[in-house]
Write a protein that binds this ligand. Structure first.
Ligand code: SAH
Length: 212
């Protein structure tokens, strides 16, 4: 299976197409990314299924459909230069973003996950991703503003620092809520912010507090 990952990854992209993903850059990125390298070896046989999987420390690698959906939504606004991801986790979403945006910045609060993710991206020669061990509630001020911001962990409301770090005409996508979460799209205009609430989703919480 692993020797044949291209075929499995291609089939996964086909599944996502069948489920409604249409952006060719996103589909190509899914088809060319070895997802089995982003999970523990005992879970590799499930790595090309369209499901979330545990990555340790109570965290998960997101379901491929939601990875593709959120990336496609951001790209639909026509901005593909700088994207900030909050919640690096396995690094799989970062790898997909790296193939769709010029520059990716990603923040993770658990150092061991951040290290593993960094190594994976280096091994895949994805050098346009900068990673930081830090608190995503604060974003990454030194590299702001961002054209696009994606949260892959759910806060109860959008952190205000992230809104501040969004460029004018930029767009932020995040799961928002506690028990019940909704995918939420926020667009910054010269007038302020507009908000669209999309479908229900399920992500791990965006943790407030100390770094691990
Ligand atoms: N994008 C990831 C999904 C990982 S799950 C992937 O493709 O694998 C969400 C991640 O958000 C977890 O790794 C978790 O540790 C991280 N996270 C939670 N709260 C955070 C915070 N306040 N700051 C930064 N990262 C956070």
């Amino acid at each position: 299976m692993i020797a044949n990952y291209q075929r499995s990854a291609h089939q996964l992209a086909q599944t996502l197409y069948n489920e409604g993903i249409r952006n060719q850059k996103v589909l190509d990125a899914i088809a060319s990314t070895p997802r089995h390298l982003f999970v523990d070896s005992v879970l590799q046989h499930k790595s090309y299924q369209n499901t979330a999987l545990p990555i340790g420390l109570g965290q998960t690698i997101s379901q491929p459909f939601i990875v593709a959906r959120m990336t496609e939504l951001l790209l639909s606004y026509g901005l593909n230069q700088k994207v900030l991801e909050i919640g690096t986790g396995s690094g799989y979403q970062s790898a997909i973003l790296a193939q769709c945006f010029d520059m990716v910045y990603s923040v993770e609060r658990i150092k061991s996950l951040q290290w593993q993710a960094r190594r994976r991206l280096q091994n895949l020669d994805l050098h346009n991703v900068k990673m930081k061990h830090g608190d995503g509630w604060k974003g990454w001020q030194a590299n702001a503003p961002f054209d696009a911001i994606m949260l892959t962990a759910a806060p109860s409301e959008v952190p205000s620092a992230l809104l501040d770090q969004l460029s004018v005409n930029g767009v932020l996508i995040a799961p928002i809520g506690e028990q019940q979460q909704y995918l939420t799209l926020i667009k910054r205009t010269t007038q302020g912010f507009s908000k669209d609430i999309l479908e229900p989703v399920r992500f791990v919480p965006l943790v407030a507090g100390e770094l691990l």
